[in-house]
Design a protein around this ligand. Structure first.
Ligand code: COA
Length: 415
């Protein structure tokens, strides 16, 4: 079966996490992704957080599947010519260098357009245009400036960053959507365009509900589904809401059997209004189904703490999986807190290709997260990440370079 992006060639100038997440997705959809790296060094993550000496790290391998790697010194005049040839052959250039790095290399938007007017140039940057546009940015900085950190954690503690890489991988996802959209528009205009995904914008997009709450707070001074209600206080800005649901159906994380020794023996429990009566029956509080102080969502809001404490008395008598099984029978929305160990061992995730075992010539077998987006006509086959420069000769030959020319460029340090 063919792949959705079979004829698309990507010049992948990305490194670390945000850009590579994007180009890996495009590769999974079938694009030919040619990753350009510096000879002898490569993407810095190849050697970061290594668990096996001299093997590409999991950080690198898990973000660079299905790509080809070529080494080019883009600051060497002859290396620049190779890059120019690649720009002429590719559809999209993706980069996430520090602001201005591509220009300093001599590859301005204008120069790229001269070389290939159909080229789409897609960038991740920390910030969009404005006072911080020149700043370098990593994941947690993006979480802080995008509104995630100030709204994550508990009211009586400091701001907290989340383990989900919403700044890096989240922005990579945004960029991938921008690229396929620009490719689609190009089919009508015949022109390339610039695509920018700023990490601050990407995080803020994912924190959209918190900007909603900011405006609700300013209008009403109180948000009744927040744990600060009814006894705490609200200030000027959206407070940290602990484990409150963020939506219209109150939820909280509750202890399950074994919580004393297992840090993940917890379940997320949502008191969805349509199943309130079933919740009352399951936890043995049948009288709450009709009592006026509990029977309606509005009546329950000031009592959420007490309600969740009562539900927890029930969940603590079950393991998180037992609780999940019982609650699902009644359509009560809930979710066990799964550890990474449990996820890694989950058979169903392996069956769907969400968790994939990959073999690598240096590091051997390892687990990775496969393509989370499943297309029925474009299945994903996850193949290992490339070794540094593994495809340099192959790609150079495709560009029309002879064996002798390739060797000469290598001797000159251009590739
Ligand atoms: N040949 C020659 N030079 C190369 C090269 C190649 N193949 N590939 C990269 N370089 C050069 C760049 O031209 C740049 O040189 P310059 O500073 O002289 O212009 C240099 O390598 C380093 O690039 P830079 O992006 O500044 O790397 P860094 O390690 O200092 O910073 C980041 C890393 C992530 C902070 C920065 O790239 C950044 O802010 N990126 C945008 C936001 C982002 O994606 N952040 C998330 C990362 S997960």
């Amino acid at each position: 079966m063919g792949k959705a992006l079979d004829d698309v060639r990507i010049l992948d100038f990305t490194h670390v996490q945000s850009g590579p997440t994007c180009t890996q997705l495009l590769a999974w959809f079938g694009a030919d992704v040619i990753k350009v790296e510096r000879a002898g060094a490569g993407d810095i993550t190849r050697e970061q957080l290594r668990d096996i000496p001299d093997a590409d790290s999991l950080y690198f391998t898990m973000l660079n599947h299905n790509k080809r790697s070529v080494t080019i010194d883009t600051k060497n005049p002859e290396g620049k010519l190779v890059l120019e040839a690649l720009i002429q052959k590719c559809d999209v250039l993706v980069e996430n260098f520090a602001p201005g790095a591509l220009d300093r290399m001599g590859f301005t938007w204008e120069r790229i357009q001269e070389l290939n007017p159909k080229m789409i140039v897609a960038s991740v940057k920390g910030f969009g245009p404005g006072p911080y546009e020149d700043c370098k940015v990593y994941e947690n900085v993006a979480q802080c400036v995008g509104g995630a950190a100030s709204t994550t954690g508990f009211d009586d503690g400091p701001p907290v960053v989340t383990g989900a890489q919403i700044g890096d991988s989240g922005t990579g996802l945004h960029l991938a959507l921008g690229i396929v959209t620009a490719l689609y528009q190009r089919t009508m205009t015949g022109r390339g365009q610039k695509v920018l995904a700023a990490m601050q914008d990407g995080v803020l997009n994912l924190c959209r509900v918190k900007l909603r709450d900011q405006q609700r707070l300013e209008r009403t001074g109180v948000m009744k589904e927040y744990p600060q209600y009814p006894n705490g206080t609200f200030g000027e800005a959206v407070p940290r809401a602990g484990n409150a649901s963020g939506g219209g159906q109150p939820g909280w994380i509750l202890k399950c059997k074994g919580w004393e020794h297992d840090p993940n023996a917890y379940i997320y429990f949502i008191t969805q209004a349509p199943v309130w009566v079933k919740i009352c029956n399951v936890i043995g509080k049948e009288e709450w189904a009709t009592a006026p102080e509990y029977a309606t969502p509005t009546a329950r809001l000031p009592r959420l703490k007490e309600i969740f404490a009562e539900i927890e008395r029930w969940t603590m008598t079950k393991t998180k999986f037992e609780a999940m099984e019982i609650l699902n029978k009644y359509d009560i929305p809930c979710g066990p807190i799964l550890s990474m160990k449990e996820i890694a061992e989950d058979d169903s995730l392996r069956k769907t290709g969400t968790i994939v075992e990959v073999d690598h010539p240096v590091r051997g077998k390892y687990l990775t997260v496969g393509n989370p987006i499943k297309l029925s006509d474009s299945p994903t086959d996850v193949t290992r990440s490339p070794l540094l420069g593994e495809h340099t000769d192959e790609v150079m030959a495709e560009l029309g370079y002879s064996r002798e020319q390739i060797e000469a460029l290598r001797t000159a340090g251009a590739i």
